[in-house]
Design a protein around this ligand. Structure first.
Ligand code: ATP
Length: 255
């Protein structure tokens, strides 16, 4: 069976520092994969690699058997890996629906130009895209805010806008970079439930998050990085019981 994600010997060096150091893992089962580790462990660097923002110094990664390690971010997105960012990236003055519609329409820009001379077809296409975008809002639980300016929503709801936009690319794998940062406990619990729902719908979720308790609660598999290397890999129970993991978190918050 082809792995959804196959990371092999992945290494990123910054000068003398290996932010990610000969990291290998395969993931075939879908679901939510939690990626945790102390500060500076290499989590964000790995996410940046998988989304094409950072190039590997050595090694490779493949999605569904296709090596994507030399591809650019937009190509990687087209091949099925999309992401959200640590800092919210919503267009505050645009409506929630337009935030999700925009990347879908932009993706078909060549077609849009052609459409200018075939207006009925353009109208049908935009109508269809709006329906898809509305469906995405419904999927992430913000359908009622479709016409609201995204910037006026509570922080937790803006996170959902970002997730809807990541899902708009029809990904096989979505990378979430600290989606719970800055949220209240109840907002965190609500949003974390969404990750499980997205995974149940068939999109593999790779979740980087400092809130370890939430990661353990929603992930089927947890990878623990330390100094760019895989320190532990297992179920939430296995990882929680691992003394090396607790030692690595010494001085930092552990659940
Ligand atoms: N652009 C860069 N230039 C130089 N060093 C970098 C760069 N990006 C990351 N690093 C270093 O690589 C290592 C891993 O950093 P990274 O941000 O990936 O860790 P992290 O696990 O995401 O940490 P945190 O939990 O604090 O966000 C750190 O030592 C960091 O200082």
């Amino acid at each position: 069976m082809t792995a959804v994600l196959d990371v092999s010997g992945a290494t990123v060096r910054y000068g003398g520092v290996a932010a990610v150091d000969d990291l290998s893992f395969r993931h075939e089962a879908g679901g939510v994969i939690g990626l945790i580790g102390p500060n500076g462990a290499g989590k964000t660097t790995l996410l940046n690699v998988l989304s094409g923002a950072v190039r590997l110094s050595a090694g490779s990664f493949a999605l569904n058997g296709q090596d994507l390690s030399a591809r650019r971010p937009h190509q990687i997105a087209r091949h099925g890996i999309t992401r959200t960012f640590q800092n919210l990236q919503v267009f505050g003055s645009l409506s929630v629906l337009d935030n999700v519609l925009l990347p879908r329409v932009a993706r078909g820009w060549g077609t849009a130009l052609g459409d200018m001379v075939r207006l009925p077809r353009a109208h049908r296409r935009i109508t269809a895209e709006r329906e898809v975008a509305a469906g995405l809002l419904d999927r992430v639980g913000i359908a009622e805010y479709a016409d609201t300016p995204a910037g006026s929503l509570a922080y937790g709801l803006q996170r959902r806008v970002e997730i809807a936009r990541a899902l708009a690319g029809d990904p096989a794998l979505v990378l979430l970079d600290e989606p719970l940062a800055g949220l209240s406990r109840s907002e965190s619990t609500d949003l974390a439930e969404l990750f499980t729902k997205v995974a149940d719908e068939g999109v593999t979720v790779l979740l980087v998050e400092h809130d370890v308790a939430s990661v353990l609660a929603v992930s089927g598999r947890v990878l623990v990085l330390d100094h760019g290397r895989l320190l532990a890999d297992g179920t939430p129970d296995e990882v929680s019981a691992n003394p090396d993991v607790r030692a690595a978190y010494l001085g930092e918050e552990w659940t």
